[in-house]
Every structure is written in structure tokens, then in C-alpha cells.
Write a protein that binds this ligand. Structure first.
Ligand code: ADP
Ligand code: MG
Length: 256
């Protein structure tokens, strides 16, 4: 980062020296080989690499889902892996949104219920949860479909429900793991644009891992990973474009 910048942008997450090994039979394979990583609020940080390069493992260690064998993660100023598991779960619930390739929706719940359930866990009253969920579904263009269950929705619509669910809790960190790989080009574009909006208008740090080169155009920064190592790290937009601001009430941020 250029030292001439007037102000250091807010770093949402930073990892140093991440090592993760998996045991397979009698041998260990090292999947993350001393990975350093960081991401800024307001940026779409894209981690690209071939299948098996360690992308999902990286996301899991950054988001408190999988403890690295070595290294440290500082997320929103907190040293994540120093906390007890319950506290890490709480951190995830409070601050992290997740979007996966397979949507991860509950089959029996309507689009609206998928979103309100998470909000109730976060402590909102049923009325507040319903209001916030409707706003989030509106933002992804699904308010007219909010009473449908996943089986009645297309792949693109399902992913938009997952995005609404993630965004409704106003996460400061939004992790997306291959969010477009089950979608056609057009729906993929809708999804990545929504992720971009989460970064630009909500100031979230969006960390998106993918092997889909069509998404590169939407990144502020592209990091290449191969065989558990970062090969290169390149900004494609000026840092100043990142709006750095504290969490704003969701309804206020949607007015624009
Ligand atoms: P990517 O998301 O880039 O496709 P992953 O992070 O899923 O890569 O996996 C990286 C490597 O680690 C792969 O070789 C995979 O087989 C291996 N791996 C991932 N999870 C486990 C696990 N739980 N046990 C053993 N090996 C694993
Ligand atoms: Mg993966």
C-alpha cells in the first residue's frame, strides 16, 4: 500500500503465517503454507485459484470455522483464535455473513423465514426480524417471492435468498465461497453485483473465493493462491474508492 496515502484504510481482517495441515492416512498434507492475508472494508477481495489450492480452507480459518495449526487471524481488531469456541461462534453470528456454492438453505422454510431465523438468533424481536428481512429481500429483488420455499425458487433466486440472509444481519465481514459456480452467467453477474453493493454501500469487507474468471472484473483486489501459497496480490481499483464507515442502521443504508 502506498505510504503517500493520507489515511490508512480500515483493515477488516488480517492473517499472518497461516498453516493448516490435514491428516490423510498416515501422512499430513499441508494445505495452507504460511499464508499472509488481509482485506479492507469496502473492498471486494477476490481469492482466485484452481480447485484444491486451499481457498475454502483459507476462508474457514479466516472466519473462525477451522482452527489453523499455526498463525494468527485478527478480525475486526480481535485475535480470533485466542477466543474460546463459544466466543468465536458468537463473533461469527454477530459479524460474519456466509454465502456458499450450494446456497445452504433450509428446505422447509420460506425465503422470509430463512432470513428471519438468523435475525432472531442475533437477538431481534420477531417484528424487527420480519421488517429487516423484508428490507433485505427487497434489496435482492425477491420481496414478491418471499413466501416461496427453496424448491420453488431457481438457482439464482436461491442464491439471492442466501445473500439476503447474510446481508440482513449487516455483517462487517462477508465470506463467499464459489458463490456463482452453480449459476449461469447472467445469474452469476446478479450475485456478484449484490456482493459488490455490500462492499460499496454497506462498507463490508467482502472476501470472495472463486475459480470463475468472469468475476475478476468486479474485484477491487485479486489475490492468486496456488498449492497453499499466495502467488500474487494486485489491486485493480484505488484504495480511496472504499467507503470506510462504521455500521449504519440497515434501513438508513438502503435509502440510496
Ligand atoms: P479449494 O477450495 O481451493 O478447492 P480446499 O481448501 O477445499 O481447496 O482444499 C485444499 C486441499 O485440502 C485439497 O487437496 C483437499 O483435498 C484437502 N482437504 C480439504 N479439507 C480436508 C479435510 N477435512 N481432510 C483432508 N483433506 C482436506
Ligand atoms: Mg473450495
Amino acid at each position: 500500500m502506498s505510504p503517500s496515502l493520507p489515511q490508512e484504510p480500515a483493515r477488516a481482517i488480517e492473517a499472518k503465517g497461516l498453516i493448516k495441515r490435514f491428516k490423510t492416512g498416515r501422512t499430513h498434507i499441508e494445505v495452507l503454507k504460511k499464508v499472509d492475508f488481509d482485506a479492507l472494508h469496502g473492498d471486494v477481495t477476490m481469492v482466485m485459484g484452481p480447485s484444491g489450492s486451499g481457498k475454502s480452507t483459507l476462508v474457514a480459518t479466516l472466519s473462525g470455522l477451522l482452527k489453523p495449526d499455526e498463525g494468527a487471524v485478527t478480525a475486526l481488531g480481535e485475535s480470533l483464535w485466542r477466543h474460546r469456541p463459544g466466543r468465536i461462534d458468537r463473533f461469527r453470528l454477530e459479524h460474519c455473513g456466509f454465502i456458499f456454492q450450494g446456497f445452504n438453505l433450509f428446505g422447509a422454510l420460506s425465503a422470509l423465514q430463512q432470513v428471519t431465523t438468523v435475525l432472531k438468533y442475533k437477538g431481534y424481536s420477531p417484528e424487527e426480524a420480519r421488517l429487516k428481512a423484508e428490507i433485505a429481500l427487497e434489496e435482492v429483488g425477491l420481496r414478491p417471492r418471499m413466501h416461496q420455499r427453496p424448491a420453488e425458487l431457481s438457482g439464482g433466486e436461491k442464491q439471492r435468498v442466501a445473500i439476503a440472509r447474510a446481508l440482513a444481519k449487516e455483517p462487517r465481514l462477508l465470506f463467499a465461497d464459489e458463490p456463482t459456480s452453480a449459476l449461469d452467467g447472467e445469474n452469476g453477474q446478479v450475485v456478484i453485483k449484490l456482493l459488490q453493493r455490500a462492499a460499496k454501500s454497506h462498507g463490508a469487507a467482502v472476501i470472495c473465493v472463486t475459480h470463475d474468471p468472469r468475476l475478476e472484473a468486479y474485484a477491487d483486489r485479486i489475490i492468486h493462491i496456488e498449492d497453499g501459497r499466495i502467488l500474487d496480490d494486485r489491486r485493480t481499483t484505488p484504495v480511496a474508492s472504499a467507503p470506510v464507515r462504521p455500521t449504519v442502521p440497515h434501513s438508513a443504508s438502503l435509502g440510496a
